[in-house]
Design a protein around this ligand. Structure first.
Ligand code: FEO
Ligand code: CA
Ligand code: CA
Ligand code: CA
Length: 705
């Protein structure tokens, strides 16, 4: 049974572009109110349009063939044996679940969910759903249940954190009955966490530390409910894998060329090797070797005192959205009152210790999580890895800001298959050295045909070619005037210098494990073509783009390590009745409205799943699915919707296709809402709690199929 839909009053007021203003404040520190951080004079695509012949047809023929591992789904859900030397329990072992679709594409037969404003999680007929973990649920053995009147940093550090975003589910053992759930906790809504909340400035130091402990990641051991796609947390006193990683106190290790550089040294860490905590962890990815990557995104909002930073650092701070003129910028979380390191006047390098891709090994609960400097420093949405034909691993990444860039990393070392301790240790080093690239994208239609309305050019497609511009390889910089450590620490400035293409907020970027083609969500950019901002180009073809689009990238020769590619836009989002939308040419009367794509994922049949954040069509956010190959390409349907005020995060489809996990982030995040006056009472009927949900088919069949 799904929950009975219930209508709630629509509290609040619209923020920028119709987004609720509370979301704007808490999630990204009112980024839309601030100047666009990218003030570089890079040409946008329209300036460099190349009317040359597309190589797309050639590439398509050879696109398949990247190594696909694990269970066949996007994240491949690998399971891995713990090495004998590790403290990790020996229960983890290689797994290959039964019942895998093995890439056999079938039609997506579920009946689409209509747009709605209900305060429930809605799934199609024939499906069920259940909360797996919610904010405040015990994670560590002996942790107390959530008690708002007695919350403390110590309790929160043992409980599930707030605002779950990325979801990874990694099989544990061979039986298909156990798994590790790994979840990011991106940020906190203090107004929905603390009774009597009157403002961030008024929080006690202990409450600030609660918020810091509610950030980070959780690792939770799950077990499957017999014979179904439902999963539940394992309860008990021996939960060796369960873990909390927080912004409050968890030590990390820097790896790669910038580790230990002067930019990363602080009074508390004069060697520049051991940052404390992780911030604003948004999306991420599961690696083929069974670890989890997590992107540190809007870290700027946690810092004050940029006005007192050294003059030479100010441009570097400003490029990441940190105010260098205000002592306490509007929307600051005021964490400097709990930990002095968040005051940049006193500790100007502390900000450089965030904005990295983090790697966590959930199978080794004693392992120190790492921040890989070789992958550059951005507002990382996430990172998704594929093993290229030549064995090197390639991580695709987006920098989620208006007019920022797409990146990829290619490892120096090659992936080792197998479950030996040697292979495990080797694979853990893959993201420590390699080559970092940024994308330059060119359209193949005349610039005059890209008029900003979304009207297709005469060749019928928004498409073209692109190159990956090398920024750093190992310790060698390819950016004039910048050292390798500088390029990796101030990667946005390096992208400016090489004139990368300004995109419409690149969010999740993920390669299909079946084809090696790469899909990136451009969530929106209401500043495109507005005022003095860059106008439309073929890859970002709409002015004031409020609904976003999907960018498909096909590496030349089907080689994910290639330095050139072709691309197209299979989906230009919005209401299908809006002529500016496009669904790969599919009959628009059969597709669902979609707005603000954020996260992408694949099932084992290769269908593309898209979750949204910030629907601008007067509906709750949702999860959608479409075939991306064949005659059904573009037949997009809404699979579920999340409760009122929430965004849909994750998603994660298990390798056997029997379960889809989503993270319901910030339910009830509506201006004026509070613990006492909630805009959402999901999931328990009292006050709003972010939660991870699993959905499965009642007849045991594959999700969506
Ligand atoms: Fe946290 Fe880019 O969304
Ligand atoms: Ca074209
Ligand atoms: Ca996101
Ligand atoms: Ca993803």
């Amino acid at each position: 049974m799904t929950e009975r839909p219930r209508l709630l009053p629509l509290l609040g007021q619209a923020g920028h572009s119709g987004r609720d203003s509370t979301t704007c404040l808490y999630r990204c520190g009112n980024a839309c109110d601030h100047p666009v951080p990218n003030e570089s004079d890079n040409p946008y695509l329209g300036d460099v349009v190349n009317a040359g012949i597309s190589r797309r047809g050639v590439v398509r023929a050879g696109a398949v063939g990247s190594l696909v591992l694990g269970l066949g789904a996007a994240a491949a859900s690998p399971a891995r044996a713990a090495p004998a030397a590790s403290a990790a329990p020996a229960a983890a072992a290689p797994a290959r679940s039964a019942g895998v679709r093995k890439g056999k594409a079938g039609p997506l037969t579920f009946k689409a969910i209509p747009p709605n404003r209900l305060d429930s999680l809605i799934v199609p007929n024939g499906y069920d759903s259940a909360v797996v973990m919610r904010w405040g649920d015990p994670v560590l053995p002996g942790a107390p249940a959530l008690d708002l009147a007695n919350q403390s940093a110590r309790r929160q550090s043992a409980q599930f954190g707030y605002n779950n975003d990325f979801v990874g589910v990694l099989p544990l053992g061979r039986g298909g009955r156990r798994a590790l759930l790994v979840v990011n906790h991106e940020y906190t809504n203090e107004e929905l966490m603390f009774p009597g909340f009157t403002g961030l400035e008024a929080l006690s130091v202990e409450q600030l530390k609660v918020a810091m402990a509610a950030h980070g990641l959780s690792v939770v051991e799950l077990e499957r409910v017999d014979g179904t796609g439902r999963w539940e947390p394992v309860r008990g006193h021996r939960l060796p894998y369960n873990r909390r990683i927080t912004a409050l106190e968890t030590p990390f290790a820097f790896t790669g060329p910038a580790a230990g550089s002067p930019w990363l040294r602080t009074a508390a860490d004069p060697k520049g090797t051991t940052p404390i905590g992780t911030l604003n962890n948004c999306s991420g990815g599961v690696t083929p070797w069974g670890t989890v990557l997590s992107g540190e995104e809007n870290f700027n909002q946690y810092f004050v005192g940029g006005d007192g930073a050294p003059a030479e650092l100010k441009p570097k701070l400003a490029r990441y959205g940190i105010s260098t003129t205000a002592r306490v910028p509007a929307g600051s979380r005021r964490w400097e009152r709990a930990q002095e390191r968040f005051d940049l006047t006193l500790h100007p390098n502390e900000a450089h210790r965030f904005g990295w891709v983090v790697e966590v090994d959930p199978f080794d609960p004693d392992s120190r999580p790492r921040k890989h400097t070789a992958l550059g420093r951005l507002k990382h949405e996430g990172a998704n890895v594929i093993v290229a034909r030549n064995g090197r691993v390639v991580a695709y990444m987006g920098d989620d800001e208006r007019f920022d860039y797409l990146y990829k990393f290619v490892s120096d070392r090659k992936f080792l298959a197998g479950d030996s301790a040697y292979a495990w240790r080797h694979n853990l080093t893959l993201l420590e050295s390699g080559t970092l690239y940024v994308a330059k994208v060119t359209g193949d239609s005349p610039a005059a045909e890209i008029d900003g309305t979304g009207k297709l050019p005469a060749d019928g497609t928004f498409d073209g070619t692109g190159t990956w511009i090398k920024l750093v390889s190992g310790n060698t910089s390819y950016v004039p005037g910048m050292t390798a450590a500088e390029v990796l620490t101030f990667t946005r400035l390096a992208g400016d210098a090489v004139k990368a293409t300004k995109m419409d907020r690149p969010e999740d970027v993920q390669p299909s494990p079946l084809t090696g083609k790469v899909y990136a969500a451009m969530t929106n950019n209401t500043n495109r073509g507005v005022g003095t901002n860059p106008g439309p180009d073929e890859a970002n073809p709409r002015n004031a783009n409020k609904h976003g689009h999907i960018f498909e990238l096909v590496e030349d020769r089907g080689d994910n390590t290639a330095e050139s590619f072709t691309w197209s836009l299979p989906i230009v989002c919005g209401d299908p009745a809006d002529p500016s939308t496009y669904f790969a040419g599919y009959d628009k009367s059969a597709v669902s409205p979609i707005s603000c794509p954020d996260n992408v994922a694949f099932d084992s049949a290769g269908n593309l799943w898209i979750s949204t954040d910030g629907n601008q069509l007067d509906s709750n956010d949702g999860l959608f699915a479409t075939a991306i190959e064949g005659s059904e390409r573009g037949h997009l349907k809404q699979f579920l919707t999340v409760p009122y005020g929430a965004e849909t995060c994750g998603p994660f489809i298990t390798g056997d296709d029997r379960s889809v996990f989503v993270a319901v982030q910030h339910p009830g995040e509506i201006t004026g809402a509070s613990v006492e006056k909630p805009a959402s009472t999901w999931p328990d009927g009292d006050f709003a709690k972010p939660a991870v949900v699993v959905t499965w088919r009642l007849d045991g069949g594959p999700i969506g199929g």
